[in-house]
Ligand binder design. Structure first.
Ligand code: NG1
Length: 418
């Protein structure tokens, strides 16, 4: 049976009454390169994928949202649309729907929003770095925008969704929501921030991206949250110290010509890169920063330069160069940003052994997925080697299609009639 038809039946079973009228599909995403750069205002390079969250809904007359899940492991919930919706315990899936509700209600507290009855299902692996959480927030926002006939431009909506998602307690950047809303079939996007800008690059015909899940959950509503938030804090601290090093008369800066004008607004990471070449910034950091802060800073700066180069490599269909940059990104994430995990290392090694042009952890790390790039004719061998060297050794031999997949660059989220 068609998945949407099955979902319609489940909707009837859970809610009764009138049938759902519309549904939203909101894709997961894989970030090809540019990790832990978005919250520093530096570019990323993701694509939307064919795995998605689906939300079937019918409008309500009142300001209540009732939401159920096709997976019985996830309990249903009801909440009123106000600008102060009490969050449920950390990790509860309904918080992502509530994030959308509170966010939209808070935009204009004098306006009463209509709610919906909605049923959610999806095939984006949870806590795997493929952004199931952003897809759920985006789907919920789009359903509310639809039932209230609001009109918000896509990029503005992406910024709003990123802000709304902070309701769950993470301070993520804006990559996931932007690519989920504005992805395009056949394309990856370079995304820049502040202000949000998206530039498509066609993925060359013969390129295949393989995603493999470590099956180590990296819950950002759980333990990985603290590790993620610590990294964002360290990046801010590193920036502060570098800024102090650039103040006139300070010791050191050795980078001549880069001193700040007194009274000028303090630069963020993008301004630093506009002011000095990456190599000089890293040299300057070597004098101004110690230990962990130096490593974090070095990752952020070098990763931003890899994004620039990777975009050019894709535009000229240079598979080997793109793969090389993915591997360099992974090493930097492992050694300088310290967000890898032995399971991620094992998967990257297996992908490379199978003939991938490059492989790296994707998403925040600490578990979750890797992404590997290979040519069309190598994809079978890469997937076989990963199966053999990773999954079989861990006794996983069923349901592999859920954990190991060749992803296609797909369209962004849409609201569709039933
Ligand atoms: P994942 O792990 O895929 O949810 C998180 C952030 C991104 C970005 C990456 C690291 C959220 C919702 N997403 O992605 O914005 O910072 O880590 O590059 O926090």
């Amino acid at each position: 049976m068609d998945p949407v038809e099955r979902l319609c039946q489940e909707f009837q079973r859970q809610f009764g009454g009138a049938q759902a009228t519309r549904w939203v599909r909101a894709p997961g995403r894989v970030n090809l390169i540019g990790e832990h750069t978005d919250y520093n205002g530096l570019p990323v390079f993701p694509m939307a994928i064919q795995r998605e969250i689906r939300l079937l809904f019918r409008p309500r007359e009142d300001g209540v949202v009732r939401v159920g899940n096709a997976d019985p492991a996830f309990e249903p919930g009801t909440f009123g649309l106000t600008d102060e919706i009490p969050p449920r315990p950390q990790g509860d899936w309904r918080n992502y729907v509530q994030a959308a509700g509170q966010g939209l209600a808070g935009l204009d507290p004098s306006r009463t929003l209509r709610g919906f009855d909605g049923l959610v299902e999806g095939d984006v692996p949870v806590a795997a770095g493929l952004s199931s959480s952003a897809a759920l927030v985006v789907a919920s926002v789009l359903a509310l925008v639809d039932v209230n006939a609001l009109s918000v431009p896509r990029l503005e909506l992406a910024d709003l969704c990123a802000r709304f998602e902070r309701y769950v307690g993470t301070r993520g950047g804006g990559m996931d929501q932007a690519i989920c809303l504005a992805g395009r079939e056949g394309h990856a996007f370079r995304i820049d921030f502040e202000p949000l800008r998206m530039e498509p690059t066609a993925v060359p015909d013969g390129w295949r991206f393989v995603v493999a899940n470590t099956l180590v959950r990296a819950e950002k509503s759980g333990p990985a949250r603290e590790a993620y938030n610590t990294r964002t804090r360290e990046c801010r601290e590193a920036l502060e110290q570098i800024r102090r090093g650039l103040e006139p008369g300070s010791r050191p800066p050795k980078a001549r010509g880069a001193e700040l004008d007194p009274g000028r607004e303090l630069p963020g990471y993008p301004d630093l890169l506009a002011r000095l070449p990456a190599s000089e910034l890293v040299a300057l950091a070597g004098q101004a920063l110690d230990g962990v802060l130096l490593k974090r800073f070095r990752h952020v700066i070098t990763e931003a330069t890899r994004v620039e180069e990777a975009q050019r490599a894709m535009a000229r269909a240079d598979l080997d160069r793109f793969g090389y940059l993915m591997c360099a990104s992974h090493e930097s994430l492992r050694d300088d940003y310290e967000v890898s995990h032995e399971a991620l290392e094992a998967l990257v090694d297996a992908a490379m052994e199978g003939g991938a042009a490059g492989a790296r952890l994707t998403g925040a790390g600490f578990g979750g997925c890797i992404v590997a790039l290979c040519s069309e004719d190598a994809v079978g061998r890469v997937m076989e080697t990963i199966t053999d060297r990773y999954y079989r050794r861990r006794g996983v031999d069923r349901g592999l299609e859920k954990h190991l997949l060749a992803v296609r660059p797909s369209d962004g989220a849409q609201v569709l009639a039933l």
